[in-house]
Design a protein around this ligand. Structure first.
Ligand SMILES: CC(=O)SCCNC(=O)CCNC(=O)[C@H](O)C(C)(C)COP(=O)(O)OP(=O)(O)OC[C@H]1O[C@@H](n2cnc3c(N)ncnc32)[C@H](O)[C@@H]1OP(=O)(O)O
Ligand SMILES: O=C([O-])CC(=O)C(=O)O
Ligand SMILES: [Mg+2]
Length: 303
């Protein structure tokens, strides 16, 4: 039986790759591709008459496959279905790292899931509090309640917007440039940062539109997301490259951090690095860049 290490609330989650929990061919080797997290889906990828079989397959996978450092999250069915309670029991009994609450709309939704997770942890002798939570915000109501959702439980590590359901609710289609999701993405990012949790963008469904995918990923990074939901291994590499600091950014951050300490020792609070004004927030952000570069494996300096 596989024993997974204690899940971490804060960790690198550039890519969270969905796959149908019912399909052994997908979930058996999923960790080989190197996404930071995988999301074994019991919800919309699984046909209604296959929910039981997906749960069996999921439990077997959780108990027997060594996913190593890849985080294992399970997306449970919505709270308006007959499935979510049994989903939670199986996820907890199997020892997954966390649960993605599909179509989450309120703090009460989170609290209800939390209550059932705790009950399952007690039932199956799993350490209380081990199972983390994240919320998928898939409707205008979910977005409007983003802050109360992400602050509703200590188990919560982040939230993700879900474009398929969200666009459906708003009567819009996917657009190059993302104008149809700009307000919702921004509101969710504000809520997540205010709460100190991570924030992820939705999956990009058009697998053959490389240019569209890449432009969305770049925009995700520019907006401040921590990572992205993805649906195919072929989407991993570009997201990882885009979310890692570039050599130029690392070099600048390094220069800033080193000079800041010297300047501070000499009693100077504000000065310039390469013609750009810097003071304490720039120093703190440069430190974040270095830490991110380390986590992404692209920092080779000695800071
Ligand atoms: C709106 C929502 O709810 S999104 C969330 C729910 N959706 C999902 O879970 C869909 C996840 N993705 C998939 O199931 C698949 O990528 C599909 C159905 C979209 C396309 O499948 P395919 O046409 O087989 O994709 P493709 O030909 O690119 O696959 C290449 C390889 O990657 C594997 N692969 C593809 N997608 C995934 C995935 N999500 N996870 C793991 N492996 C995958 C395939 O098994 C195949 O492996 P092989 O070469 O060893 O046979
Ligand atoms: O969370 C996601 O990106 C996938 C999803 O359910 C949606 O788009 O509705
Ligand atoms: Mg959805």
């Amino acid at each position: 039986m596989i024993q997974r290490p204690t899940p971490k609330k804060v960790r690198l989650r550039r890519t969270m790759m969905f796959m149908n929990a019912q399909k052994p061919s997908l979930i058996r080797d999923a960790y080989i591709y190197g996404s930071d997290s995988i999301i074994l889906d019991l919800e919309d990828a699984v046909a209604e008459n296959q929910k039981d079989s997906a749960r069996f397959s999921l439990y077997h996978a959780l108990k027997t496959i060594d996913y190593g450092n890849t985080e294992v999250i399970v997306r449970i069915n919505g709270l308006d279905t007959a499935h979510w309670q049994e989903d939670i029991r199986v996820v907890v009994a199997g020892g997954a790292d966390g649960i993605r609450i599909a179509k989450c709309e309120s703090a009460d939704d989170v609290k209800l899931v939390e209550e059932h997770v705790l009950r399952a942890e007690r039932e199956f002798g799993v350490t209380e509090g081990r199972t983390l939570l994240m919320a998928a915000l898939e409707s205008p109501k979910g977005i409007m309640n983003a802050y109360e959702i992400v602050t509703a439980s200590d188990r919560m590590f982040g939230c993700a917007i879900s474009g398929g359901d969200f666009r459906k609710s708003m009567h819009v289609q996917i657009n190059r440039g993302g104008i149809e999701m700009l307000a919702a993405r921004s509101q969710m990012l504000l809520a997540a940062r205010a709460a100190g949790v991570q924030c992820f963008d939705t999956m990009f469904p058009h697998l053959d539109d490389k240019e569209g995918f890449e432009s969305e990923v770049r925009q995700n990074r520019e907006m401040g997301f921590d990572g992205k939901s993805i649906i195919s291994p072929k989407q991993i590499r570009f997201v990882h490259e885009t979310f890692a600091p570039t050599e130029k950014e690392i070099a600048y951050a390094e220069k800033l951090v080193r000079s800041f300490n010297e300047q501070a020792d000499a009693g100077v609070g504000v000065y310039t690095v390469d013609g750009k004004m810097v003071d304490i927030p720039f120093f703190e952000d440069a430190r974040r860049v270095i830490e991110l570069a380390k986590a992404c494996g692209v920092y080779h300096g000695d800071l």
